[in-house]
Design a binder for this molecule. Structure first.
Ligand SMILES: [Zn+2]
Length: 1045
């Protein structure tokens, strides 16, 4: 249901909860990857999101629509074995919804017809594990390892390079497994459909796949029978990595302990110490039970012909099955407790986080309504927003403002994704002594809410935000609907009705009008008198890592003890067999692939106009924005001194949270949320794309509003930019504490990005500054800075910073709006500009020069069981003719060399290479059990390319180009059209040339580039390692390493 899109738990967060597969480890590359130049974590990290799963960068140009469509299918009729059982339109999204049931097998198929070219297809199964061996997760990996029609190793991975998918992945949730993809190309859509269907319904599930993806015992040197045994496996390592983030440990335990009596009591992704109990037979049995078409749901969205899909699915698969009763996978409601429970767990000490004695977490969680009661889950979502979000919310006032913690933890919010939905409010970075205080404050807050209720204007601002989100065209609309509907659909909920958010809002308003105490009664029911309440506390334990290692060693010993002579021979032989299979050359010809003609045409782009309005450079894009106007402002930081520059990220985090001369912070927040989607600030950093010899640094402000609120959007922006107030030092001090707690969250889950950023910082002074502003170095910098400077001093500096920054002379603007609304918008815009101060003294532009640094290496010691390795060197900037060729080469190296060696053979979860618009070429690994071995693999790239010269074929080259195209042609949201030009100066013409040059790259050119950039050790390079203490580093690499712990 769409309210979930607006929920504090967005799609990305939901995917975090999913144990998941990070098969597509997308690291944005080049200009059209938005993570360049901006902060690694979002400006408002109050609900931090993972970066590893979803493609973060651009996503789709969304449909404009919205007229009534005619019915393409009729209720009661059969189409290719599928009976159409329900047809309904959802006018708010321009959707015609068709529900089908396959007559023979009972499979449900849901089609959302919408004029959107970014089509989606997904097959979902309800999977309910009854142990923590990671069965559904390992199965999800294994079915993608080869099927009847496509008996090649890992066709899924191979298809990554033969497609222009805008999304491709597979995920395991607590009670479902899903296989979704999206693409704008119909040939591609049909190709991927074939691969996905065959994978899930007819996988080979070979024993060797189980050993590779699940777990195995192996000799550390596979050719040496006398070498010691080790435990290996992709999921085994993945889950070790997943639980190296304390936030994941907390969330997993919260779920397991709040709903302990059925499937939610287990770890669906797999507990590393339980995974080695799984057998190959368990896997095959689980597949035949849960992957039956009667237990499957197929989702498809977009404008491609559904009949072809129905025909194919029916002919090839569904017609071969008879329906079975699928009630075995239904999940009962959790029996309610008659009294609250408390659970305490321990965690790893995060040496980058808060001091040991402050590194505790607490969460108070309550079980709520059934997920299928969609009106009720909507009300609970609104209630959750009122209780936890922003400075007007009840728990913010009672738990956050007294400032005894580092703010909300990641589990905070309403979670409508499992059978019984739940709410949690939690704090991070607090002292054990404060646990009791939290419980008291919690009870007091609930009592107070029950007696006083909520301010109506606060309720209205929450509803406004939901309405605005409905209008806002998100780039992956079809995929967003899938993610949000799956949890409900999985429990046989009414997904079509759940899309009618306007109805739910109307019902809500009606109930509130009828009974002014409506919300208070809900608070009483779900909070005050709810005895199904869990208080989960978590504290760091110095022995956590050692305890895990001991347990892992014991497990290994048990496994070895159980080996008889015959088994020993088997282990040895399997090690060799798997190694040979991994190094083999499968016949990929049987896999479908696109042709050059399928992709040559460039997607159409709306034109961009650049004007000067009241002397301010203004970029205008006329796009179909669905009655929303988008405003982006850029303030050049040319007048800031070094001290001020270092405070820009903090400034961006606090400036919209402190109030203005006319409104205190609560009033201002309420006003902003009742008229706009919020006003956000971000650090912006851009290297010169022509020569990489200079860079610009500034602040980037974004906001959007319904056209009818555009005047207020500008008024509120003026209020904030010209009358911001930083007087309240107590509040500032609290915001700073929360900021510092939040920046250290999420390093372990995006370690590859941090490692690459830090590595780039060893090559140029600009990248070094960037890493100190947005990388792992920023954490230490901020901690020290706050220790050495009083809040009063910081306050004064931030104030000067804002005064220097928010002036008209250094400002640029981008407006995205519809043609019809443009005249009105300009009127407001001109008024806004008139109110902006001018500072005749200020420099308009100052480019800082970039210098190259001497080669060096650094190691950040982190208390985690996996490594993130990176190596980088300076190549050429974006506009150099070799840049697109290097980008193709990076894809080729990733697919043909790094993934097979670093992932498949050496057990890292991910690996790859990329070149950024700043001209820095990087290698990286993700959740890697190795360190020096991987760095050696990076160094060996040239030799590998020489030895595998014959593999640099036209086909390999074409696949690499498709990989680049997936990034270049990824659709863009209407609100973001023109952003590459606005932020980085990449014009559409420049982009078209770049794309053409990339597509025309020949094998010979590729080989020349290899010689030019890889043969000799580059003059400017660096290596970076994030991971546990590593005593052999210098000896093994023969290099000097700076160790930072
Ligand atoms: Zn996985």
């Amino acid at each position: 249901m769409l309210s979930r899109v607006s929920s504090t738990r967005s799609v990305a967060q939901m995917v975090k909860q999913v144990a998941g597969r990070c098969t597509v480890l997308n690291v944005g590359v080049g200009i059209n990857a938005r993570n360049i130049g901006s902060s690694l974590w979002s400006n408002k990290n109050k609900h931090a999101q993972p970066t590893s799963f979803l493609r973060r960068s651009k996503i789709m140009a969304v449909p404009h629509i919205i007229q009534q469509q005619e019915h393409k299918f009729n209720e009661g009729k059969q189409y290719h074995g599928f009976e159409c059982i329900r047809v309904e339109s959802v006018p708010e999204f321009g959707i015609m919804s068709y529900t089908f049931r396959h007559v023979g097998s009972g499979t449900e198929l849901w089609y959302l017809d919408r004029k959107d070219s970014n089509n989606v297809f997904s097959i979902n199964f309800r999977t309910t594990p009854f142990d923590s061996t990671g069965l559904p997760h390992i199965l999800e990996h294994s079915v993608l390892c080869g099927s009847q029609k496509y008996p090649v190793r890992d066709p899924f991975f191979k298809m990554l390079n033969r497609s222009v998918a805008t999304f491709m992945n597979a995920m395991t949730g607590p009670d479902y497994t899903m296989y979704p993809f999206s693409t704008m190309n119909e040939t591609d859509f049909r190709n991927l459909q074939k691969i996905y269907l065959d994978a899930v319904f007819r996988p080979n599930l070979e024993y060797l796949d189980f050993l590779q993806e699940g777990w195995r015992l192996e000799h550390s040197n596979i050719n040496d029978k006398s070498s010691e045994y080790v435990l290996k496996g992709v999921v085994y390592n993945e889950m070790k990595g997943a639980f190296s983030e304390n936030g994941s440990v907390f969330s997993q335990n919260l779920l397991n302990n709040l709903l302990p009596d059925h499937t939610y009591g287990f770890v669906s992704g797999g507990n590393p110490l339980e995974i080695p109990k799984l057998t190959h037979k368990n896997l095959v049995d689980f597949h035949s039970k849960y992957y039956h078409p009667s237990n499957a749901r197929i989702y498809t969205y977009g404008n491609f012909d559904l009949r072809r899909t129905l025909d194919y699915v029916n002919n090839e698969y569904m017609s071969k099955y008879n329906a079975i009763d699928n009630s075995y996978s239904r999940i009962p409601n959790q029996p309610r407790w008659d009294k609250p429970r408390n659970v305490h767990i321990s965690s790893r000490f995060d040496n980058m986080g808060a001091p040991f004695e402050k590194q505790n977490q607490i969460g108070i969680a309550l079980l709520m309504s059934d997920v299928t009661d969609t009106q009720e889950t909507f009300v609970l979502h609104v209630l959750s927003e009122l209780l936890v979000r922003g400075p007007n919310s009840s728990f913010y006032r009672s738990l956050i403002e007294p400032n005894f913690s580092g703010g909300y933890n990641q589990a905070t919010g309403y979670d409508p994704q499992i059978k019984d939905t739940f709410f949690c409010v939690g704090l991070q970075d607090l002292r054990v002594e404060d646990f009791a205080r939290v419980q008291e404050l919690y009870d007091k807050t609930i009592k107070q809410v029950m007696s006083e209720g909520f301010e109506l204007s606060h309720v209205e601002s929450v509803l406004h935000n939901i309405e605005l989100l409905l209008k806002h065209q998100s780039p992956q609309f079809g995929m967003g609907l899938l993610f949000n509907s799956t949890p409900l659909w999985n429990h046989d909920g009414d997904v079509v009705s759940s899309l009618r958010v306007s109805n739910m809002i109307a019902n809500f308003r009606h109930n509130l009008a009828k009974d002014p105490k409506y919300l208070q009664h809900k608070v009483e029911q779900y909070f005050a008198t709810n005895s199904h309440r869990l208080t989960l506390t978590m504290s760091p334990d110095d022995h956590y890592e050692d305890n895990f290692k001991t347990a892992e060693l014991d497990l290994l010993k048990q496994k070895i003890m159980a080996l008889d002579d015959k088994k020993r021979v088997e282990v040895y032989e399997n090690g060799i067999k798997l190694d040979q299979a991994q190094k083999g050359h499968p016949n990929l010809e049987i896999l479908p692939c696109l042709d050059l003609s399928d992709v040559q045409k460039m997607p159409k782009m709306p034109s961009i106009e650049v004007l000067r309005i009241c002397s301010v450079p203004t970029q205008v894009c006329h796009v179909h924005t669905n009655d929303i106007s988008y405003l982006k402002l850029h303030f050049n930081g040319a007048n800031l001194n070094h001290d001020e520059v270092m405070l820009v990220p903090l400034f961006c985090d606090v400036i919209n949270d402190m109030g203005t001369n006319n409104y205190n912070f609560r009033e201002f927040d309420k006003l902003v949320l009742s008229k706009t989607a919020g006003i956000d600030f971000k650090l912006h950093f851009a290297e010169n794309i022509y020569d990489s010899k200079s860079y610009l640094l500034g602040v980037y402000m974004t906001t959007h509003a319904l056209d009818k609120n555009a005047a207020e959007m500008f008024e509120l922006s003026t209020e904030l930019l010209t009358k911001f107030k930083l007087e309240d030092t107590d509040r500032l001090s609290m915001l700073i504490d929360n900021y510092i707690s939040n920046i250290s969250v999420g390093i372990a889950s995006s370690g590859h990005l941090y490692a690459m950023q830090s590595c780039a910082g060893l090559i140029t002074n600009a990248a070094k500054l960037k890493s100190h502003l947005a990388g792992v170095e920023h954490i230490e910098f901020m901690k020290t800075y706050v220790k050495q400077n009083k809040t009063e001093e910081i306050r004064a500096k931030l104030k000067t910073l804002g005064q220097k920054l928010f002036v008209k002379n250094v400002m640029r603007c981008a407006l995205n709006t519809s043609e019809e609304f443009y005249p009105s918008l300009t009127k407001y815009y001109e008024q806004f500009l008139e109110n902006m101060p001018n500072d005749p003294q200020s420099k308009k532009n100052a480019e800082h020069s970039i210098s190259l640094l001497e080669p060096s290496q650094q190691h950040f010691v982190m208390n985690i069981p996996v490594n993130y390795c990176a190596k980088a060197f300076f190549a050429v900037p974006y506009t150099h003719r070799d840049h697109p060729t290097l980008r193709v080469l990076a894809k080729l190296i990733s697919a043909k060399y790094l993934l097979p060696v670093v992932r498949e053979q050496n057990g890292a979860y991910g690996a790859g290479a990329r070149i950024g618009s700043d001209g820095i070429f990087s290698f990286f690994s993700y959740r890697d059990p190795n360190s020096t071995k991987t760095l050696e693999a990076f160094n060996n790239t040239y030799n590998w390319l020489q030895e595998h010269n014959t593999e640099l074929t036209e086909q390999a080259l074409f696949e690499a180009k498709l990989g680049v195209l997936q990034q270049l042609d990824a659709p863009i949201a209407p609100g973001n059209v023109g952003i590459d030009f606005f932020l980085y100066g990449v014009s559409q013409e420049m982009f078209a040339n770049y794309r053409a040059r990339m597509l025309s790259t020949s094998v010979d050119e590729l080989k020349q580039v290899v010689e030019r950039y890889f043969k000799n050790e580059p003059a400017h390079f660096g290596s970076c390692l994030l991971g546990p203490e590593n005593k052999d580093l210098e000896a093994t690499t023969n290099l000097k390493w700076k160790v930072i712990s």
